[in-house]
Design a protein. Structure first.
Length: 97
């Protein structure tokens, strides 16, 4: 594979550039780990959270993170965390005005 076929996208540092297939997959694996850890810190476990292997199988992989399925209880935990975060941002914004 030559560099002309590599996707141009932001890397972990937020800079744009061409990445190798291995770098794309490693970055996606790191994102899955970080996402799993972040959810765990707020008490949410998504058992199906993983890297979508089919999206990595192309000559130029564009890895996808698969959140998978979860129970209604887990979905409600995610909703609660997101709402709490939203309220925190709203409070912070109103304090800055």
């Amino acid at each position: 594979m030559n560099s002309e076929n590599l996707p141009e996208e932001k890397n972990v540092t937020g800079k744009w550039g061409r990445r190798s297939a291995a770098e794309s997959i490693e970055d996606a694996e790191a994102a899955v780990r970080e996402l799993r850890e972040a959810f765990a810190r707020v008490g949410v476990v998504l058992p199906s959270l993983r890297l979508d292997l089919i999206s990595c199988a192309y000559e130029t992989p564009r890895p996808l993170v698969e959140f998978g399925r979860c129970t209604v209880g887990t979905a409600r935990k995610v909703i609660a965390v997101l709402r709490e975060h939203e309220q925190w941002h709203e409070k912070k914004a109103s304090e800055e005005r």
